[in-house]
Design a protein around this ligand. Structure first.
Ligand SMILES: [Ca+2]
Ligand SMILES: [Ca+2]
Length: 273
């Protein structure tokens, strides 16, 4: 292929954008453009198959369609979660390790357990919010279960999510105060999409509570987690990256055979809430 004689930057810029998973209109240029063409629709690999009954819907109809879609899944026992997390959250740079959600550090898979220095199974939707425990169901759904340092997991406890607070020892970039926890920037969107997946997935069936987000930080044992307005902001600020997309794919291919729709379509957060 002959080298382009002019505007060599253009195909390079487009290639970079495509690699980054960004949809670029065919008329894109690097110069300011007066074009008023509408933004292209996001197109996902599973739109024609997995999501076909949800496409084109909005609001409660979209939420209901997604509930039906994601509720068709294989369920794990709480013991099976240990091994699953060693695969879903494997360090891409070291197959002997997992990446911890809040600390962001890489730790040996073999250091799983309950002692200081171990990692354990963090319920991002705190299991006391709805008191669903660790029976097979929401308490074993690996879409919201992540490896975390035992001590940091304990500091997060069952707090709601919100901005602000003091630094969390051993977990740079995370903040907490008496009633809320703010994860580091790189996983803010991940946390939001996990919480909102749980709200869509669990609607009061099979003896489990109907989980829903709200805009509070004092939810206690209610089947609710806040703050929704902050979670929506985090979803915008931290779009899905390769690690988050890969874990969704591994859960779909190997374990639960269902997907987190908000990783595939982050814009559906605004459509539902
Ligand atoms: Ca992220
Ligand atoms: Ca729900």
């Amino acid at each position: 292929m002959p080298a382009p004689r002019v505007r060599r930057w253009k195909p390079l810029a487009l290639t970079a954008a495509v690699l980054a998973g960004i949809t670029v209109p065919a008329t894109a240029t690097a110069t300011a453009s007066p074009t008023t063409a509408p933004a292209p629709l996001a197109v996902g690999a599973y739109d024609d198959t997995y999501y076909k009954d949800a496409l084109g819907k909005t609001g409660p109809a979209l939420k209901s369609a997604l509930h039906t879609i994601v509720s068709d899944q294989t369920k794990l026992s709480y013991d099976q979660v240990w091994d699953a997390l060693k695969t879903t959250d494997q360090d891409p740079a070291n197959s002997a390790n997992v990446i911890l959600l809040y600390t962001g550090t890489s730790r040996a898979k073999s250091a799983s357990g309950g002692d200081q220095g171990d990692w354990n199974r963090e319920h991002v939707w705190a299991k006391s919010h709805g008191d669903f425990g660790t029976a097979t169901g929401p308490g074993t759904d690996i879409h919201h279960l992540r490896p975390e340092d035992v001590t940091v997991n304990s500091i997060r406890g069952n707090k709601d999510f919100d901005n602000g607070g003091g630094a969390v020892a051993g977990a740079p970039g995370n903040l907490t105060d008496g009633d809320s926890f703010e994860p580091r920037d790189a996983v803010k969107g991940d946390v939001a999409r996990m919480i909102l997946y749980m709200a869509v997935r669990y609607d009061g069936e099979s003896g489990f509570p109907d989980l829903e987000p709200n805009d509070k930080v004092d939810n206690g044992s209610a089947p609710a987690i806040g703050r929704l307005s902050v979670l929506k902001q985090w979803n915008d600020e931290d779009p899905p990256d390769a690690f988050e997309k890969n874990r969704n794919q591994v859960i779909f291919d190997k374990y639960q055979h269902n997907r987190n729709p908000f990783i595939d379509h982050p814009e559906w957060v605004e459509e539902v809430w």
